[in-house]
Design a protein around this ligand. Structure first.
Ligand code: TYD
Ligand code: MG
Length: 500
């Protein structure tokens, strides 16, 4: 007779305690422990782990060939399944690997099911595909497929929540690619807690991983993320799978970004960018054009709007041009607000501090809002210089050439530090028709040729601002003196003294 007992499980990190705790001692979240009834898995191994695991064990015993020299291991790169979406294959490191398990995580409603149906469509041209929806009925999936124009001849659809039956489907059908949507909606009968709880998610995912590995198919498991961005339920799920993909984007915006945060078969720096539209997700070949939008339609000689600048970010193998907008205004409260949308908040604070101390901009009583156009999130320090240009032009109410790209990390002494992959960034700027580039002096000379770009090397932030903001040396007309402009000269002198 199986012995039953209860335990308290943290719904954030999976930590288990034998009694109630108000705060998880592992991840320090308050009120996250929930009582779960647990059948002792040691006493009922056959039921809890079911027949599949036995089958897998037998398979493993048969397949055990003992150690071989590393050099003798045959690589079979041709066996990867291509999704038909070039950027997705790049994110995966060259396509889907048979026998691998992928966790696709994202906010509810961001488009995970849509994305996987579209991938299933491409794969179904060459292989048979199984799509198990635990959240929607077969009719609902068929309706969505119809909207996306998928005929679905080679796609098997099941609507099932019982993991044992899903395992059966995986084993009984001869598919190469399977989807389980989502892991929070399925359950293992042997685990008494509710679907979506830590134990249920962990055990169900474990059973699905076993089935996929036993059959050598590629399995994608969908996982919803919680408000704070962690994959709902246990982080342990991330350790169980080979690849963790994050599908990011805001529901009311078109932009979607697919990112690998863990990849046993490739790098984690590549991203794929999509636009969600009427016909589902469409790959964006030229994301820079999307992010720069109206700026590209400016005629030569026109100025950009005050408080805007362009940065070049590098994501994996590709460079992206992004427009950064800043708004600086007198604060109505004692503590000025700083808001960062799309960039790192601490980085913004650091840039503001350097602008104050090393350049002399009076920002201490000003609210500073920064926004990266298009809803893209970037974390590249090479964006510091563009952030500084945007904030400075907003503060001084000036503007820069719309076809200027600013690249460089800003150090605490006000120096412009070198960045990686500068040539790749400049190539993208040149391709998008940019005319001027502000770059770190220490990155020069460049190894490539950029005939269409006027490359301006700068050592200090003060020099950079003077080089691109017109009339900065001039005293402002009487009556409207932006006091900060006058501060530029002494600050530079201070800076040079400091560094000499
Ligand atoms: P869905 O794939 O159901 O999200 P998830 O599986 O991540 O919960 O996507 C739902 C959203 O996508 C929904 O708000 C509507 C939108 N959508 C489109 O804009 N165009 C489309 O062609 C489809 C199928 C969905
Ligand atoms: Mg869904």
């Amino acid at each position: 007779m199986a012995r039953s007992k209860t335990r308290w499980v943290c719904q954030e990190c999976g930590f288990q305690a034998s009694r109630f705790l108000g705060r998880c001692t592992e991840c320090e979240t308050w009120n996250s422990l929930v009582e779960e009834l647990q059948t002792d898995s040691h006493s009922v191994p056959l039921q809890a782990r079911n027949l599949l695991e036995l089958e897998l064990e037998l398979d493993l015993q048969r397949a055990d060939q003992g150690p071989v020299p590393l050099a003798d291991v045959e690589l079979d790169s041709a066996c990867r399944l291509l999704t038909g979406l070039d950027s997705v294959d790049e994110v995966l490191g060259g396509g889907l690997v048979p026998g691998s398990v992928i966790l696709l995580a994202g906010d509810p409603g961001v488009g995970k099911s849509t994305f996987l149906l579209q991938v299933a469509r491409v794969l179904s041209k060459n292989y048979s595909v199984l799509y198990v929806s635990a959240e929607e009925s077969r009719q609902q999936v068929a309706l969505r497929a119809g909207r996306l124009g998928i005929d679905g001849k080679n796609i098997l659809i099941a609507s099932e929540q019982d993991v044992s039956l899903i395992q059966k489907h995986i084993l009984s059908t001869d598919v190469k690619f399977a989807v389980v949507d989502s892991v929070q909606a399925v359950y293992l009968r042997q685990v008494s807690s509710a679907p979506g709880s830590v134990s249920q998610v962990r055990e169900s995912a474990g059973a699905l991983v076993n089935a996929a590995k036993a059959r050598g198919i590629c399995l994608v498991v969908v996982g919803h993320v919680t408000k704070d961005g962690s994959i709902a339920g246990p982080r342990v799920l991330e350790h169980m799978v080979d690849v963790v993909l994050h599908f990011e984007g805001e529901r009311h915006r078109q932009l979607r970004v697919l990112r690998a945060v863990k990849n046993r078969f490739g790098s984690t720096s590549e991203i794929a960018i999509f636009a969600m539209g009427e016909g589902g997700l469409a790959e964006i070949d030229n994301p820079s054009a999307l992010f720069l939008g109206e700026r590209l339609s400016k005629a030569e000689g026109q100025r950009a709007a005050s408080g805007t600048a362009v940065l070049a970010s590098v994501e994996g193998n590709r460079a992206l041009l992004l427009e950064v907008q800043a708004l600086v205004g007198m604060s109505s409260t004692g503590t000025p607000r700083r808001v960062a949308n799309g960039c790192d908040f601490n980085r913004l604070l650091q840039v503001i501090a350097v602008l104050e101390k090393r350049v002399g901009l009076a920002l201490a009583r000003q609210d500073v809002y920064v926004n990266i156009v298009g809803g893209f999130q970037f974390g590249d320090v090479a964006g510091d210089l563009a952030l500084s240009v945007a904030i400075a032009t907003s503060c001084l109410d000036r503007s820069v050439d719309p076809f200027l790209v600013s690249i460089g990390e800003v150090g605490l002494s006000g120096e412009i530090r070198p960045v990686s992959s500068l040539e790749r960034r400049l190539k993208e700027a040149q391709r998008m028709g940019f005319k001027k580039a502000l770059v770190p002096q220490s990155n020069l000379p460049l190894s490539g040729k950029f005939d269409a770009l006027e490359v301006i090397g700068v050592e200090y932030l003060v020099d950079a601002l003077k080089a691109v903001i017109p009339g900065l040396k001039d005293r402002p007309a009487a009556g409207a003196p932006p006091p900060t402009v006058n501060c530029l000269e002494p600050s530079k002198a201070d800076l040079l003294n400091l560094l000499s």
